[in-house]
Design a protein around this ligand. Structure first.
Ligand SMILES: C[S@@+](CC[C@H](N)C(=O)[O-])C[C@H]1O[C@@H](n2cnc3c(N)ncnc32)[C@H](O)[C@@H]1O
Length: 192
């Protein structure tokens, strides 16, 4: 390898390392160390289709959908726009993400959408009809336990990428084509 290619290679390596350090510092400072990755468009569409079908089939007086960790809120905004008769709630622990999500909600005039800056463990799930989950594999045991304890029978749950822990039985597994490298699987559950 000549001097020029070696110096180019070193430069690229330095930029990648710097990006990784800054990304992790950002996540630690602003997001309590939890990565904020959005649901891929193909999976988003499938989630919306499942929610629409469930809402039509159950014909409840009110239909409330909760996103467990709504991040910057794109998924909740797409759901709220596609299901104007449903109420959509995004629970998010990061203040910065909630501020961004609220600004985007106002710009899009989505009156059926609400963001709450909270730990989802503290939320009252008594009026919830459906829950969407996209968290890290390390949180799936805890999330399974929380949903087992707090949801009403009949509640629909979708989980992007990882299966719920704590004994949940998958009702349906969808393979979805997306360009996102690790998002190909969507799991559907129903609280018994
Ligand atoms: C992978 S992102 C998913 C974003 C969005 N739900 C989506 O699917 O596009 C997970 C989000 O969950 C949030 N989160 C993690 N633990 C949380 C907790 N205990 N309470 C509330 N939000 C939490 C993180 O801050 C992060 O924004």
């Amino acid at each position: 390898m000549d001097y020029l290619s070696l110096s180019f290679f070193n430069h690229v390596l330095f930029c990648v390392a710097l990006y990784l350090i800054l990304y992790n510092v950002y996540m630690l400072v602003f997001n309590k160390g939890v990565p904020n990755i959005r649901t891929a468009p193909g999976i988003r569409k499938k989630i919306i289709a499942l929610l629409k079908a469930d809402m039509a089939a159950r014909n409840l007086p009110a239909y409330t959908i909760v996103d467990m960790g709504s991040g910057n809120g794109l998924l909740t905004r797409k759901i709220a726009a596609a299901l104007p008769d449903a109420k959509v709630v995004g629970l998010e622990i990061s203040k910065q993400s909630v501020a961004w999500a609220n600004m985007m909600k106002k710009r899009q005039k989505l009156d059926n959408l609400e963001y709450i800056c909270t730990d989802f463990n503290a939320y009252d799930f008594s009026n919830v009809s459906a829950v969407v989950v996209f968290l890290s594999i390390y949180e799936m045991g805890m999330m399974g336990k929380l949903l087992n304890e707090k949801l009403k029978p009949g509640t629909l749950i979708t989980s992007n990428r990882f299966k719920l822990g704590d004994g949940w039985q998958v009702k349906e597994h969808f393979k979805v084509f997306t360009l996102y490298p690790f998002q190909k699987n969507l799991y559907l559950y129903e609280k018994r």
